[in-house]
Write a protein that binds this ligand. Structure first.
Ligand code: ADP
Ligand code: ZN
Ligand code: ZN
Length: 733
């Protein structure tokens, strides 16, 4: 065998292609997937070896030597490299950036894969026995001691950060009194516990478990469709249990895990084995720790958001994607990938099944299931004998609506409260009102930087743009005409809360949105009170729509449906339907039957009618037929070239040049639309425009892209705009 002399290295720069470096004799055992330190331009960068070779195309005097080989064994094993290479090709994104999106931060920075444990605090014997009330003069210390005693005597800084603000001085106090000691703990809480036994599965659940089990060891996608509460999670758990018994690994992808701590808790409790939860709340060290433990098969269950897909799992036997329709599976900036779609690629490459679960599958997935490309599994009943909720449209045309709540809805809220029910009100809009307006001249609170109104926030009397963050004091008289009567049409969660507090003073009301859960621990507190039933009315945004299980909720009110009925985005109605079904699923999960009221001015709207009478599947069938007519996904494939610049003309010039370059390359199979202004043309002070490509065959589209994209950066109009490509866009914003 002749000597390996060169390494092709991916570096984290926005350039396509790999870069050749020469290897010294002692470096020649380096294998693909290992990190190296190289000089690039005038910088020293961490790169990743993709290939080694005996030859290089470059002239010898142009080739630099590798400065240092960092890893002896690959940080990205073959399966991951192959997946990421595929992704770089498919999303037409520079491989270096793709690889470095996948790696934990500390590995990007060239640090060792060995991780140190974090500092934990442990109760001493005295601390264990001391009654916290004896520390009554040090309230914070007393609270900490109590918490530690509840937590089995051990707590980490991370956990403390999440639940208590400024806890360190109190902890130092406890340490000084020798009630606690600090020491280095494991890098992740991976204690095993006793497993809680599973309920016996019903026929449909068993069928699902049997079918997926029978496919272990081969590539096969499954769609598990079941309404909220139908027992999908129990199906996942049964499968995971089976796989970990055989010493193998499972990956579970979920949307926005930080909002669903209960799910992780449920997995831990039911399985009794360590579960690595990868979410945005982890610090760099914990993330690396989870990565390392998973890649060494020391944890068998990894639950995480989209980027968890890139964790090396040598014994991976199944991928589960919960809420597969959720938009957060798609990364919307930088390397724009869809974790669901890439999960299928990984599964195909490694011969394992994928289980996609949802109450409201995306139309893409549903179409695949209907075409029998995916095996279609259904759970049609609620598992725990709970009846499905009754959905009703509340026609509010010509009815009194005060602060966003109609008289009929208010009376139904009172009814449910009288019967000890809990009420959940869903409203897709935070703040007090979406704008402020002059009664005399019609002046409105337009954002100076966006094509949007600034939202009124009542508690601090401020106007805030929810698109760019621009803020100012709310005026008390019209800045245009000086008129003193300003009014605020429409309602957000803050207004609903205020109105209900006024008319139901004895009821405990809890608002859960980004504004009320900014501080540490607030969300968990509010969720706990929601679960226990202590909060009688819950008012919330999307934060409440997903994943939570509030067993006492008997009435769900959906307040501003109408907004979503007339969306400019072709996926608007799909998202609206999904949201309604998801929110509705929060009602009546336990013994008490649930009721869902949808407040609307358009009770005859076909979307609402179909959803009401034929359910999500009926809606989906109609929506798919529309997509087919309009040649939208899943019947055609889209690519968006987006631009933004401080001048509109710069965007247009760039897109026009791009379009002109397209003409000689283009075949009849690909159509181009635009350049067109983006639906929100101005945002954060910059103009935005886009060019859309559409084709029925992916192959035609990608063939064209391969010839077209490399020239985009070289266009003479390119330096005046920021541009980006979005393959299979989810939002046409
Ligand atoms: P989903 O994930 O579809 O929303 P879950 O798996 O969370 O549904 O199940 C809803 C509730 O029903 C949970 O409280 C769960 O413990 C319970 N449950 C699920 N399957 C069964 C079963 N076979 N027997 C009894 N209870 C079940
Ligand atoms: Zn005015
Ligand atoms: Zn703005």
């Amino acid at each position: 065998m002749s000597e390996v002399k060169f390494a092709r290295v991916a570096v984290p720069v926005p350039l396509f292609g790999l870069f050749d470096y020469s290897l010294e004799k002692h470096q020649q055992s380096v294998s693909p997937g290992c990190r190296v330190e190289v000089s690039f331009g005038r910088k020293s960068l961490t790169g990743l070896v993709m290939e080694t070779s005996q030859t290089s195309q470059l002239p010898a005097n142009k080739i630099k030597a590798i400065d240092r080989v960092i890893d002896e064994t690959p940080v990205l094993p073959g399966a991951q490299l192959k997946l990421l290479q595929w992704a770089a090709d498919y999303y037409h994104h520079p491989i270096g950036e793709v690889l470095f999106t996948a790696l934990p931060n500390l590995l990007k920075q060239g640090q060792s894969t060995q991780v140190r444990g974090e500092i934990i605090w442990q109760l001493t014997e005295t601390g264990r026995l001391l009654d916290p009330s004896e520390l009554k003069r040090a309230v914070k210390q007393s609270g900490l001691l109590k918490l530690l005693q509840q937590m089995n005597g051990i707590i980490s800084a991370e956990h403390l950060n999440a639940v208590i603000e400024n806890w360190r001085p109190a902890m130092q106090g406890l340490e000084a009194k020798q009630l606690v000691i600090s020491k280095e703990g494991p890098c992740l809480d991976i204690r095993s516990t006793e497993a809680i036994p599973a309920p016996p599965l019903n026929d449909e659940q068993l069928q699902a478990v049997t079918d997926v089990s029978a496919s272990l060891g081969q590539f096969k996608p499954f769609l598990l469709q079941g309404i909220t509460g139908s027992g999908k999670t129990e199906v996942y758990l049964a499968l995971v249990e089976k796989i970990i018994k055989q010493g193998e690994q499972v990956l579970v992808l979920v949307p926005e895990i930080s909002l669903t701590p209960q799910l992780i808790q449920r997995f831990k409790q039911r399985l009794g084995v360590p579960v690595a939860a990868l979410h945005s709340g982890l610090n760099d060290r914990q993330r690396l720790c989870a990565w390392t433990l998973a890649s060494e098969n020391k944890v068998q269950v990894v639950i995480g958001t989209r980027s968890a897909l890139f964790t090396p799992l040598p014994n991976l036997k199944l991928i589960i994607i919960d809420e597969e329709h959720d938009n957060s599976l798609k990364q919307q900036e930088g390397f724009r990938y869809h974790a669901r779609d890439l999960a299928l690629v990984l599964a195909r490459n490694t011969d394992i099944p994928v289980l996609l679960g949802s109450a409201t599958p995306s139309l893409e997935t549903l179409n695949n299931a209907l075409k029998q490309q995916y095996h279609y599994l259904k759970l049609t009943r609620r598992a725990s004998n709970a009846k499905p909720p009754k959905i009703e449209l509340l026609n509010i045309c010509n009815r009194p609506v005060e602060h966003g709540i109609s008289d009929i809805l208010l009376s139904r809220i009172k009814q449910h409260l009288e019967q000890q029910g809990q009420v959940l009100l869903f409203l897709n809009r935070r703040g007090y009102a979406p704008l402020l307006m002059c009664h005399d001249c019609g002046w409105t609170t337009e954002c100076p930087r966006c094509d949007a109104h600034m939202t009124l926030h009542h508690h601090n009397k401020r106007l805030q743009c929810h698109h760019c963050g621009h803020e100012r004091q709310a005026p008390s008289v019209c800045p245009e005409c000086g008129h003193e009567e300003l009014f605020s049409p429409g309602a957000g969660t803050e207004r609903i809360e205020q109105a209900l507090t006024e008319c139901l003073p004895d009821v405990s009301i809890s608002r859960i949105d980004r504004d009320t859960t900014r501080r540490k621990g607030e969300l968990n507190d509010k969720l706990a009170k929601a679960h226990s039933g202590e909060s009688q009315i819950l008012i919330g945004t999307q934060m409440l729509a997903k994943g939570h299980d509030f067993p006492n909720v008997t009435l769900v009110g959906i307040l501003n449906t109408d907004q979503g009925l007339f969306s400019a985005d072709f996926r608007g109605t799909e998202h609206m339907a999904q949201l309604i079904i998801q929110v509705a699923g929060r009602a009546g999960r336990a013994e008490k039957p649930g009721e869902v009221l949808i407040q609307t001015h358009h009770p005859d709207h076909p979307l609402l009618q179909t959803l009401l009478h034929q359910g999500y599947e009926g809606f989906a069938e109609a929506a798919l037929a529309e997509r087919k007519m309009a040649r939208f996904p899943p019947y055609a494939h889209l690519v968006v070239l987006r631009t933004e610049a401080s001048r509109k003309e710069a965007c247009m010039a760039f897109l026009n040049e791009a379009r002109t370059r397209l003409q000689p390359l283009s075949s009849a199979a690909v159509e181009a639309y635009g350049p067109l202004p983006a639906p929100m043309e101005k945002r954060a002070g910059r103009y935005r425009a886009q060019l859309i490509l559409q084709s029925e065959q992916r192959k035609d589209l990608h063939q064209l892209l391969r010839q077209w994209i490399p020239g985009l950066g070289k266009q003479k109009t390119a330096n005046r705009v920021r541009w980006s490509l979005d393959i299979d866009p989810q939002d046409m914003y």
